[in-house]
Design a protein around this ligand. Structure first.
Ligand SMILES: Nc1ncnc2c1ncn2[C@@H]1O[C@H](COP(=O)(O)OP(=O)(O)O)[C@@H](O)[C@H]1O
Ligand SMILES: [Mg+2]
Length: 256
């Protein structure tokens, strides 16, 4: 059973570990995400961020450790069951259904969503509303192959939203976006959070994740090296030497 009876905690990971052969992709990571929080995860490439997300939504099995969602043990549960409980995710490597339009791709999410829409027309209406929020409505009939990187990222976000999640796991949804798209996505995430959704956010765009996260966890070589408020994270010596140092240096040269 969950040892922490704080009912403010919606997602709880206990010594979550994933190894690939000798590689410790995620090692003994403990985390607690509060209800209605924006919880950021940062760390260098290969730190284990995506692997952790995949274990939370059941795409990957844990090697050891436990994950609880609303006091329920969801460790190694099937992905669709986890989605039914209210967790949806985006993929860093976008996986649209090829040969279908944007509208069709997102409508599938609506049909499999939590509120069990079974009517295609209704699913499309709901999808159009989401596409409008994401500034994608003009592209509804475009085959997914013809979307650019930022549009594909927003397609992922739209698909996750169509499932009516209570909690969203977002894996680098801002990558490849222009400044205006970036601001739109940040605004949307804050809006969704204000509507009551809990957000777990992986992002390399520092100004974005630092400004919208309530707390940030830092992974390095699969281990948690820090967890704090953004203002403390940016001053943390361990974090600066493992990750922020080089990124901040790059930012000051204007190419991060
Ligand atoms: N399916 C896999 N098989 C083997 N190694 C993997 C697999 N997935 C990820 N890894 C390795 O696990 C480590 C963490 O990867 P990942 O979670 O993608 O990092 P991040 O998202 O922080 O960049 C990396 O060294 C990566 O190469
Ligand atoms: Mg990743």
């Amino acid at each position: 059973m969950i040892s922490n009876k704080d009912n403010n905690i919606i997602l709880y990971g206990k010594k979550v570990t994933k190894t690939f052969g000798a590689l410790r992709a995620v090692w003994n990571v403990d985390f607690k995400v509060k209800k209605n929080e924006i919880f950021g995860i940062i760390g260098p490439n290969g730190a284990g961020k995506t692997t952790l997300l995949s274990m939370i939504n059941g795409t990957l099995h844990v090697t050891s450790g436990e994950i609880y969602y609303k006091d329920r043990n969801i460790t190694n549960m099937q992905t669709h069951k986890i989605a039914e409980l209210g967790i949806s995710r985006t993929f860093q490597v976008v996986k649209p259904f090829p040969g279908m339009t944007l509208l069709e791709n997102v409508s599938i999410g609506a049909l499999f969503g939590k509120d069990k829409i079974t009517n295609v027309r209704e699913a499309q209406d709901k999808t159009r509303h989401i596409l409008s929020r994401l500034n994608l409505i003009k592209k509804e009939n475009v085959p997914v192959e013809n979307l650019n990187v930022s549009e594909r990222k927003r397609l992922e976000l739209a698909r996750a939203l169509a499932m009516d999640p209570e909690m969203m796991l977002l894996d680098e949804v801002m990558a490849g976006s222009s400044t205006s798209d970036l601001e739109m996505i940040m605004g949307l995430i804050e809006e969704l959070n204000n509507e009551g959704k809990t957000i777990l956010l992986i992002e390399h765009v520092m100004k974005a994740i630092m400004s919208i996260s309530h707390r940030i966890m830092v992974l390095h070589h699969g281990e948690k090296i820090a967890e704090d408020k953004p203002e403390n994270i940016s001053k943390n010596e361990k974090v600066i030497s493992a990750y922020l140092g080089s990124r901040y240096a790059k930012m000051s040269w204007g190419n991060a």
